[in-house]
Ligand binder design. Structure first.
Ligand SMILES: C[S@@+](CC[C@H](N)C(=O)[O-])C[C@H]1O[C@@H](n2cnc3c(N)ncnc32)[C@H](O)[C@@H]1O
Length: 316
């Protein structure tokens, strides 16, 4: 526990990223991997194999971009560095283990960026957020200021109108993948909305459940759209994402099925496998959670299916 606290304290991250909990989650992810190493191994092996095969068959070998690189558990980094001229690892925060591994590879760069295109805007909705470019400080932070400053701030705040109580539309940055020869979204898509949703739940009391779920769905849809645009522009795009979360009891009877993509559908067909993400005792004493993972090596070439995944308990 103390080790995790120190790891988090030493992690390089902007204040807003730290406050939203991204560094804390990264430390927790590495700790969970330490505890569940054997249970996670088949999933991580399957992810690495799929990425390795997709990279080996990519027609061009200039620049590869990994979205959601994190601690690189599922990334065959050394193989990518050998195959491509340059490799960019994109995550909102990178742990020390990744920095150490990258140091040995001259053609690998770390990029710290928000892939969702929504996290910083969501952060700014909190009245406790520090002022930023287009966002004046809230009046509560103006004690001791002159009347002119208070008046200006109130006027600017009022001019924001409904934007102050509307969840923003995600604007993911296509520039992160523009012109890349190979892009992999690595067990990231279902994670993009989670910490923003936690932040909204604690900081934006005006946002009801419908608004929150609508926002989460948009985050997933926008990420898929970014990948599809890249694929249409000729980039080889690989997608690995969970598509179903299943909680079961000690007799392997399903207790709960959760849609981790908030209703977004991926109609492309790929390989599927289970990730035993929380074996019995990891999260609950008498229940376990596993994730159905979909891996699509080449998004542009993947066959299409008309079947929607059913997340109701009654479905097989
Ligand atoms: C389930 S982890 C997978 C990490 C990595 N692929 C691995 O398996 O080692 C999800 C990753 O998504 C990253 N992430 C979550 N939200 C993000 C965002 N808005 N922008 C960039 N990365 C994000 C997390 O920091 C984390 O590294």
């Amino acid at each position: 526990m103390l080790g995790e606290f120190i790891q988090h304290a030493l992690m390089a991250q902007p204040k807003w990223v730290r406050r939203m909990g991204y560094g804390r989650e990264m430390v927790a992810l590495e700790a969970r991997h330490g505890r569940c190493r054997e249970a996670w191994r088949p999933h991580l092996d399957a992810s690495r194999r799929l990425i390795g095969r997709a990279a080996a068959s990519a027609p061009r070998t200039g620049r590869a971009v990994v979205l959601g690189s994190g601690p690189l558990l599922d990334i065959p980094l050394e193989d990518l560095a050998a195959r491509f001229d340059r490799v960019e690892l994109v995550d909102i925060v990178h742990p020390r283990s990744t920095r150490r591994r990258v140091r040995k590879l001259a053609n690998v760069d770390l990029v710290e960026a928000d892939v969702s295109g929504a996290a910083f805007d969501i952060y700014g909705l909190a009245i406790t957020a520090e002022p930023a470019e287009k966002r004046p400080p809230p009046p509560i932070g103006l004690r001791g200021q002159s009347c002119a400053v208070i008046h200006k701030t109130i006027t600017e705040t009022a001019a924001l109108g409904a934007a102050l109580t509307t969840l923003p539309e995600p604007k993911p940055d296509d520039g992160l993948v523009a012109g890349a020869d190979f892009v992999v979204s690595a067990n990231l898509m279902s994670q993009l909305a989670l910490l923003p949703l936690d932040w909204v739940a604690s900081e934006c009391p005006w946002a009801d459940e419908t608004a929150q779920l609508g926002f989460a769905r948009q985050v997933v849809d926008h990420h898929l759209a970014l990948l599809r645009r890249a694929a249409e522009a000729g980039t080889r795009v690989t997608l690995i994402t969970e598509v179903l979360r299943l909680v079961s009891d000690a007799n392997d009877r399903p207790l709960e099925k959760i849609d981790p993509l908030f209703g977004a559908q991926i109609f492309s067909v790929g390989e599927e496998w289970w990730w035993e993400v929380a074996p019995m005792g990891e999260r609950w004493p008498d229940a376990a959670a596993k994730l159905r993972v979909l891996g699509i090596a080449d998004l542009a070439a993947a066959p299409q299916s008309r079947v929607c995944r059913n997340t109701t308990l009654a479905a097989p």
